[in-house]
Design a protein around this ligand. Structure first.
Ligand SMILES: Cc1cc2nc3c(=O)[nH]c(=O)nc-3n(C[C@H](O)[C@H](O)[C@H](O)COP(=O)(O)OP(=O)(O)OC[C@H]3O[C@@H](n4cnc5c(N)ncnc54)[C@H](O)[C@@H]3O)c2cc1C
Length: 340
């Protein structure tokens, strides 16, 4: 029976390629709901200022991945894990199928976190978490430009992704208001002095209108004419709203199968879940120190380490690599190390 991998982000693809490289006889199946290929998620936040992004962002098509001997099931939504039978149930082209495994690797990544008060208003705003999201947003932007001229956006959330997206839209020529709930930007990653210099660059150089200390309560309006409701009134006149309030590890499959979960899928230092045949890597995995290593360097390191661990039966635990996150905002360099 094959090794089954769920997810075709950097975790799933790096693991699947590496294990086939280390053991060319390994039978490996990669299941993913994606249809457009293996793409660079960090590049999503340059998705508006670069014209050729939709083609440049795809690093490998699924056909190319399959040529390496991997079985790739794209457009496959994984529905359930049966740990007793050691099978995975998935739906593809409207048909439910199962695949058996000896070892299962959960590389299901993360979804965008939507603050609970916004959940009932899902049709009012957009997210930027996947290539499908980017394509939808690019179409909206084109349609707005054709009909009304310069697009006007509200971006909710002044964390890493909110700041990057706001900067990219402004650089692409759009008007952007960035609403952040707290008194300074990227407070989880930057010291106060660096938050202040980021604020200055966004406002003075890139041209984003930044509104700090803004508790957004919800949204209102019609298509192309949205408003943001604030504690002290509302601000209207947006063609679109993008919510960028953090990420949420995808642990639902694991949880439903009775695996131990906390914020993410709980793993030990060998990236092993509470089931001896199931590992978890990438944005969805939570280490015993309570941390999620949701950046490409540690995620890829987990994937390569796990492939070696399974093939060579190594006994050392996963060593957390040194990594330095960096906001991709032109003109901004933090003077102090990021708080990771
Ligand atoms: C806009 C943006 C910018 C970023 N910029 C940076 C950056 O500059 N530097 C950095 O280090 N990190 C950055 N990150 C974070 C980085 O992209 C992630 O840490 C990394 O992509 C995680 O990889 P992953 O493989 O764990 O998860 P993902 O990339 O989330 O992949 C998970 C895959 O699993 C699939 N999947 C999930 N559930 C199912 C199911 N039930 N059935 C079938 N398929 C399923 C998903 O469709 C997806 O393809 C950024 C993230 C975003 C969203």
């Amino acid at each position: 029976m094959p090794i089954v991998v769920i997810g075709s982000g950097i975790a799933g693809v790096s693991f699947a390629e590496e294990i086939r490289k280390l053991d060319p006889q390994a039978s490996v199946a990669l299941l993913t709901r994606e249809t457009l290929g293996y793409y660079s998620r960090p590049l999503l936040s340059h998705g508006f200022s670069r014209e050729d992004i939709e083609t440049r962002i795809v690093m490998k098509s699924f056909a190319v991945l399959a040529q390496t001997g991997l079985r790739v099931e794209s457009g496959a939504e994984v529905l359930r894990l049966d740990r007793g039978e050691k099978t995975v149930l998935f739906r593809r082209d409207g048909r439910e199928q199962t695949i058996g495994y000896d070892k299962l690797v959960l590389a299901t990544g993360s979804a965008a976190f939507i603050p609970p008060p916004f959940l009932a208003q899902a049709g009012m705003f957009h997210l930027l978490n996947s290539l499908d999201d980017l394509i939808i947003l690019r179409r909206l932007r084109e349609s707005v430009s054709r009909r009304f001229g310069q697009p006007r956006w509200a971006v909710i959330g002044g964390g890493l992704i909110g700041c990057e997206v706001a900067a990219d839209l402004a650089r692409a020529g759009d008007r952007v208001v960035l609403f952040h709930a707290l008194a300074r930007l990227m407070e989880k990653q930057l010291v106060a002095e660096d938050s202040a210099s980021l604020l200055e660059i966004l406002r003075e150089v890139i041209g984003v209108e930044v509104r700090l200390d803004q508790a957004v309560q919800g949204f209102a309006g019609e298509e192309y004419e949205r408003s943001v409701q604030l504690a002290d009134g509302s601000q209207s006149g947006f063609h679109g709203i993008i919510v960028a309030c953090g990420f949420k590890p995808r642990k639902e499959l694991a949880q439903a199968a009775g695996l131990e979960t906390r914020r993410g899928v709980a793993v030990n230092q060998f990236l092993l879940t509470s089931d001896p045949n199931i590992h978890a890597i990438g944005d969805s995995a939570e280490l015993p120190d309570g941390r999620l290593y949701a950046y490409v360097t540690p995620v890829r390191s987990q994937a390569l380490w796990l492939a070696k661990h399974l093939v060579a039966q190594t006994q050392d635990t996963w060593p957390v690599p040194l990594f330095k996150p960096k906001a991709k905002i032109p003109g901004f360099e933090a003077a102090h190390p990021y708080l990771v």
